[in-house]
Design a protein around this ligand. Structure first.
Ligand code: AMP
Ligand code: ZN
Length: 139
């Protein structure tokens, strides 16, 4: 299923132009229009899934497998030292385009890219064990 009014569905169908890195019947990879760093790319499934809570595991698995190939190509081309793989779900988590996508963000030392900057919290080991067990029961 695709959505008529979804920006990334339109990019997937080629109705909106993109700087395309990869194009197959199932996936498209293109450069982010407002990149966090040079080579910042997005991988989308052409089929519409809102987010991680809706995409099926097999599709997500194939998409991530593709990400390993594209990550190496971006690294080879840009010479980046590292890379963040970012995937936002829900407005509260920073998702602005509600069509599942994976960010590949090349990183270099002292590049000033503002990722991985959350405040580290504290844990109570008993509460953590109970929470882990409760989540496990839902799998
Ligand atoms: P997110 O905030 O995780 O939903 O990411 C959405 C990303 O889509 C942002 O990084 C935008 O810069 C990017 N974006 C929005 N419109 C376009 C477009 N037409 N072509 C390429 N990237 C886009
Ligand atoms: Zn869509």
């Amino acid at each position: 299923m695709t959505k008529d009014d979804c920006l990334f569905c339109k990019i997937g169908r080629g109705e909106i132009p993109s700087a395309t890195i990869y194009d197959s019947p199932e996936f498209k990879c293109f450069l982010d229009i407002s990149p966090a760093s040079r080579g910042h790319a997005l991988i989308i499934p052409k089929e519409h899934y809102d987010d991680i809570f809706h995409i099926d595991g097999d599709t997500a698995g194939r998409l991530f497998s593709l990400a390993t190939v594209i990550a190496r190509a971006i690294k080879d081309e840009t010479g980046c030292e590292g890379m963040n793989i970012v995937q936002n779900n829900g407005e509260c988590a920073g998702q602005t385009v509600h069509h599942f996508h994976l960010h590949l963000i090349p990183r270099d030392a002292d590049d000033g890219v503002g990722i991985s900057c959350w405040q580290q919290g504290e844990t109570d080991s008993e509460e953590s064990k109970a929470l882990a067990a409760a989540i496990k029961r839902r799998i």
